[in-house]
Design a protein around this ligand. Structure first.
Ligand code: 8DG
Length: 134
């Protein structure tokens, strides 16, 4: 048993964030998530995240700061999810290795069925927005 390190991108365009739906026949099939994927052995997390976004959405991004780290047990699997804020560079995403994608506000995320690991990330994004509006 070992820990799988996964990177995920919080890519924002104005007040919206890009979320992706997992393909049907993979683990957590059809759940929504922040796009990204598993880190290769020895890979720098920011470089790995750029690689995953290119593979999944055919898009370039600039990876900025760590936003949240989530430790999640899925049965026998332990995932350490590194979520980074990312700068959108203007390219249109394409659903290369995902079922679908959407640009949504943090409030709209309540209407999507996210993976368990993403629930605290969604909450943190929503709280950020609330504080910014005060
Ligand atoms: N990318 C991503 N994965 C997440 C999130 N939340 C979450 O629980 N996961 C889990 C789902 C998977 O078990 C794992 C990521 O694996 P993956 O299958 O998407 O990674 P990958 O694209 O590198 O896959 P592959 O090369 O093995 O096909 O992390 C999230 O927000 N983004």
């Amino acid at each position: 048993m070992h820990t799988i390190i996964v990177t995920a991108a919080i890519i924002h365009k104005e007040d919206k964030i890009l979320i992706a739906q997992r393909k049907k026949n993979v683990d957590h099939g059809l759940k929504w998530e922040f796009p990204g994927g598993k880190l290769n052995f020895g890979e720098d997390p920011r470089v790995g995240l750029q690689r995953e976004i290119k593979e999944e959405l055919d898009m370039e991004i600039e990876v900025k700061d760590i936003f949240e780290v989530v430790s999640q047990l899925y049965g026998e699997r332990h995932i350490l999810l590194l979520c980074y804020t990312c700068r959108y560079l203007g390219q249109k995403p394409a659903a290369r290795d995902c079922q679908d994608f959407r640009w949504v506000t943090p409030a709209e995320m309540n209407h999507y069925d996210f993976t368990a690991a993403d629930v605290p990330v969604v909450k943190k994004l929503q709280n950020f927005l609330k504080e910014a509006c005060l």
